[in-house]
Ligand binder design. Sequence first.
Ligand code: N01
Length: 544
Amino acid sequence: SISYGLNGLHINGVPELDALIIGGGFAGVYQLKHLRDAGYKVKLVESGSDYGGVWYWNRYPGARVDSAIPVYEFSDPDLWKTWSWKQRFPGSAELRAYFAHVADVWDLRRDTEFDAFVESAVWNDYEAKWTIKTRKGDVYKAKFFLPNTGFAAKRYIPDWKGIDSFRGTFLHPSYWPHEEPDLRGKKVAVIGTGSTGIQIATDLAPIAGELVVFRRTINTSMPMRQVNYEDGDQEIPREDYPDFYRGRTDSFGGFDFNFIGRSTFDDGLKERLETYEKLWASGDFKFWLATYHDMLSDKYANREAYNFWRDKTRAKIHDPRVRDLLAPMNPPYSFGCKRVSLENGFFEIFNEPHVHLVDVNSTPIEEITPRGIKTPEKEWEFDYIICATGFDSLTGGLKQIDIRGPSGQSLEEHWRDATYTYLGMSVSGFPNMFFSYGPQAPSPFCNGPTCAQLQGDWILNLMNHMRERGLEKVEAERRSEKKWRNLVVKIANATLLPETRSWYMGDNIPGKPREPLLYLGGVPTYYKTLGETAKNGYTGFKLE
Ligand code: N01
């Protein structure tokens, strides 16, 4: 039966959509607003109870973005003219407030379904539509399936013996309880020193009774240089915002800065140190992504950067053992080839007598016990174990949904041995499906809102192109995704990244294929490639 419900056309009770979007983060909400404005019937489905994406989930103490304002927001004047930030690097609660503002200004709620985890999406070739089902039993049909699951939708907890036996509270930071646990005076373990682990440890050190950080690999964190804004005060004048936002796609990382046009050893020692000092003092990711252009590709240039970081960092740490563990004289991997984090006093916490550092390389976690954590050295007792061990990044969030194309093959099967995408947004055998901030795009090397906008605009333009021509189906050709994968690998191999074990290479998840998971050609080249593909009638795709 066909009926028109409050929300439009339903066939046999199933809502018929032009597009179903997964995810209430930057990419998802951008697409909801712009697809709807273009006249498409769209629904956004989100497993959380509100907008924010990673910022909805990551509520742990110290959770804070490490891209500065105003780069980390949408470019729409309707939003920034009516919004003022309190800090240069806002915390997760302020980011959620921003998302609520976006939802109001863009009137998003009427087309959003929360608390709905999409568990399957199956393509029906006869209807040229996806059938999408949520865990709570809702079913949708949509011409386009746009899973914006982001890069961190699937948490990773190592398979330690005894986790269930622990009598205290065991937490993964991305699923932090909405009712804030009171950690004052408690014995707390933080396992992992990625961006999450260092933020939590820094925030908990002043309040915990005892804090033990279990670390495996160094984190080459750099000073964040937080700034508190007075009322309405912002980093740059608002009249400059339009130019500022236009400039984001000219920057390698989608920021407001770029690598400098010189190699490390073009400068003599004195000039080089001056340059490093200047980058260091400005905070942000400048010492990583606004430095000499050969830093990530030349091992001598890279070592020079590491030495500078090392000396600055060692000077902050009193205990020689801790100093050697957190900032060793020789780097265990190339600087910047694992995610660099921004810190606000992380290294100094180890100068406090109640904060301890355990090196899991020499004293591994043998098991979680009812009382705490057992290493070969001793059994540590804890009230809380915070497992900041990261995510099955980039591919995990997509592979955990049962997505099946016309052949019946699932995405998980298609990607079992190696990831294939075309343009980091589409996959052969999966028509009318586009994801953003996923594998083989600049994703983790691109500021989130920049990527959400440029990929969202490209998807919308493609949908418009098809609508104008009465086309029903678009699918990446197999040879285009093979070529794209080869390009992604080739670019990565011209850098030092593949030599380092990191989640950029899939190394953090046991059994995950080892491969470069991101496009390292930079945002300007990626943006140009997307533009050229569109201009030439969407080369590399079959359109019917
Ligand atoms: O996760 P991670 P994350 N035994 O994978 C360790 C973004 N983010 O949640 O390095 C012991 O980086 C692991 O050790 P190693 C950002 O893009 C942004 O911290 O693999 N330790 C590592 O130290 C970031 O990169 C923000 O040797 C184990 C840690 O756990 C991404 O999210 C804030 C272990 C995992 O670090 C993920 O960050 C937070 C084991 N068996 C996150 N397994 C901001 O914007 C893993 N580890 C600031």
